[in-house]
Design a protein around this ligand. Structure first.
Ligand code: BG6
Length: 494
C-alpha cells in the first residue's frame, strides 16, 4: 500500500491541523460592531450559508451587539437585505428564517462596566445548562475599540483563561487589522493575554480562508516536482499582487485610519508570502504550520526608507471621497521589494504590490524562474524569444495555476513561442460549491482550529516589518504619487 505523504516513520498519519474537523458543540456567536459593514457584507451572509448548508450545530445562536439603539425588526430587515445582496447563493426564505430565529440584538456601551454585567446576564453564562456551551466573541468594531472590549469581557468574567477551567469555554476573534502598529499590537496581545490563553485568540485574516490560498500549501507539499526548484538556485524573483478595481466604497473614515499598508500589505500579502516561502512543516498540525510562517517573518530583511524598495500611490479623486481629509497622506497603493535572509531565498527579490481603483481585480503569485544557462540556438532572434518559465498561481478571479514554457512553433523554420499549461479551478471542480473564506474561518473559530489565524509572534513581526513604510508615509519621506483610476498604479511602482 502506498504510504501517505503526511505519515510519520511508523506509518501513522499525523493530525492534520489544516483539515481538522472536530464535531461542533452547542455555541453562541456574539458579534460586536454588528451594525457595521463587515457584519452586513460578510459575517451574517457567511452564517446564513452555513445554516443553509446544515453546517452549524443544532443548538446555535447569534447575539448581535452594537452601540446603537435599534428596533429589532428594522435591524433584522437590514440583515436580510445584507444577505440578499452579498450571499454567494442568494437568499431563500426557509434558510433565512432558520437563521433569523436564532439571531438577537443587544445594545451596549463598550466602555460601561454595568453594560458588561448586562451582557453576561443576557448570555446566561452562569446557567448550569450553558456550562459546556462555546461562546465565541467576534470583534468587528474599529480596532481602537478592541482594548476596552477585551478589558470589559475579562474584568467582568465573561471570558476566562481556558487553563483555569472555570466558566464555559470562550474564544475571541479579532477582525483585522490587529492594532495600528507594532506597539499597539504588542499592547493588544498583552491585554488579551491578561484574560485569555493564546489558544483562545483568533486573529482574523480572511485571505487565509480562501480555497486558493490554502491550495498554495497543497500545491507545494502534495507534489514532488516543484519543491526541488523552489529556491534561490532556480527562482529569479517572485511577484505577489493584490489589485482591486473598487476604490474605498464610501468607507472614508475607516480608510483614513487604515490605508493600504494596514489594510492589505501588513496582513493579506505577508500571509501569502509566508505560505509561498515557508519551509515544509514537520507536520500539518496547527502549530507546526504557524511555526514555519513565523520563521519567514523572522527572516525578513528590514526595509530601508531611502532607496527604491518602496513605492506608494494614491488614486486621483481620493481626496474628494466622503470623510477623507483634504490634506490626507493616506496611500491607496503600495509596492515593496523585500528579501528573505535565509538559505533558501538569499538574494531572491519578492515584490509585493497592492492597490485600489486599478484596472482589474487580480490577486496572484508569479514565480519567475531563471533563464536557461546558455542559448543553443544560432539565431539571436530565437534567443530573445526564449521567455523564462513563470508559474502563476491565480488566487482570484479565474482561480487556477498556469505554467509558462517555450515550445517549438510549428513549421519548417526553427522558432520558439511561449505557451502555457493551465489548471482552472472552477472548470475542474465545478460540482464542488466553493465556500467563502468567512464561512470556512467562522467554522474554524467554532471548532477551535487556529491553523488559518495569525499567532501572536506572527502578527507582531508583520507589524515590525511594515513599520518603515508606515513611518516613511506618515512623515513624507516616501512620496505618495498620484495615479489615474483604472490604471496599473503609479508609474514609479516597482
Ligand atoms: C479586506 C479589506 O480585508 O479585503 C478591503 O479591508 C478589501 O479593503 C478586501 O477590499 C479585499 O478582499 P477580497 O476577498 O475581495 O480580495
Amino acid at each position: 500500500m502506498t504510504q501517505s505523504p503526511f505519515a510519520d516513520a511508523s506509518g501513522t498519519v499525523a493530525t492534520i491541523g489544516l483539515f481538522n474537523r472536530p464535531p461542533l458543540a452547542p455555541a453562541t456567536f456574539v458579534i460586536f460592531g454588528a451594525t457595521g459593514d463587515l457584519a452586513m457584507r460578510k459575517l451574517i451572509p457567511a452564517l446564513y450559508n452555513l445554516t443553509k448548508d446544515g453546517l452549524l450545530p443544532d443548538d446555535f445562536d447569534v447575539l448581535c451587539v452594537a452601540r446603537t439603539d435599534m428596533d429589532y425588526r428594522r435591524f433584522m430587515e437590514r440583515l436580510r437585505n445584507g444577505v440578499a445582496r452579498h450571499s454567494r447563493s442568494g437568499i431563500d426564505d426557509d434558510a433565512w428564517s432558520r437563521l433569523g430565529a436564532r439571531v438577537d440584538y443587544h445594545r451596549m456601551d463598550y466602555d460601561a462596566k454595568a453594560d458588561y454585567e448586562g451582557l453576561r446576564a443576557k448570555l446566561g453564562m452562569k446557567e448550569a445548562h450553558n456550562r459546556h456551551r462555546r461562546f465565541v466573541f467576534y470583534l468587528s468594531t474599529p480596532p481602537t475599540s478592541f482594548p476596552s472590549i477585551i478589558e470589559g469581557l475579562g474584568a467582568n468574567g465573561i471570558v476566562t483563561p481556558a487553563h483555569h477551567g472555570d466558566g464555559p469555554p470562550t474564544r475571541v476573534v479579532f477582525e483585522k487589522p490587529f492594532g495600528r502598529d507594532a506597539a499597539s499590537a504588542v499592547a493588544l496581545n498583552r491585554a488579551a493575554a491578561k484574560w485569555l490563553d493564546e489558544d483562545q485568540l483568533f486573529r482574523m485574516d480572511h485571505y487565509l480562508g480562501k480555497e486558493t490560498v490554502q491550495n498554495i500549501l497543497i500545491f507545494r507539499f502534495a507534489n514532488a516536482i516543484f519543491e526541488p526548484l523552489w529556491n534561490r538556485r532556480y527562482v529569479h524573483h517572485v511577484r505577489i499582487t493584490a489589485f482591486e478595481k473598487i476604490g474605498i466604497e464610501g468607507r472614508g473614515r475607516f480608510y483614513e485610519e487604515t490605508g493600504i499598508i494596514r489594510d492589505v500589505l501588513q496582513n493579506h500579502l505577508l500571509q501569502i508570502l509566508a505560505l509561498c516561502a515557508m519551509e515544509p512543516p514537520a507536520s500539518f498540525d496547527t502549530e507546526r504550520i504557524r511555526d514555519e510562517r513565523a520563521k519567514v517573518f523572522g527572516a525578513l530583511r528590514p526595509l530601508e526608507v531611502a532607496g527604491d524598495s518602496i513605492s506608494l500611490g494614491r488614486y486621483a479623486g481620493y481626496l474628494d471621497e466622503k470623510d477623507v481629509a483634504k490634506d490626507s497622506t493616506t496611500p491607496t497603493f503600495a509596492s515593496v521589494k523585500l528579501f528573505i535572509d535565509n538559505w533558501r531565498w538569499a538574494g531572491v527579490p519578492f515584490i509585493l504590490s497592492t492597490g485600489k481603483a486599478l484596472r482589474d481585480k487580480q490577486t496572484q503569485i508569479d514565480v519567475h524562474f531563471g533563464p536557461v544557462p546558455l542559448c543553443l540556438f544560432k539565431e539571436q532572434e530565437i534567443c530573445t524569444k526564449m521567455a523564462p518559465n513563470v508559474l502563476t498561481i491565480r488566487i482570484q478571479p479565474e482561480e487556477g495555476i498556469t505554467l509558462r514554457f517555450c515550445a517549438k512553433t510549428p513549421g519548417d523554420r526553427q522558432d520558439v513561442s511561449p505557451v502555457t499549461m493551465d489548471f482552472d479551478f472552477q472548470h475542474r471542480f465545478k460540482d464542488n460549491a466553493q465556500q467563502e473564506a468567512y464561512e470556512k474561518l467562522l467554522l474554524d473559530c467554532l471548532r477551535g482550529n487556529q491553523t488559518l489565524f495569525a499567532r501572536q509572534d506572527e502578527v507582531e513581526s508583520m507589524w515590525r516589518f511594515v513599520a518603515p513604510v508606515l513611518d516613511g508615509a506618515a512623515d513624507g519621506r516616501i512620496p505618495v504619487v498620484d495615479y489615474d483610476k483604472g490604471t496599473e498604479g503609479p508609474e514609479v511602482a516597482l
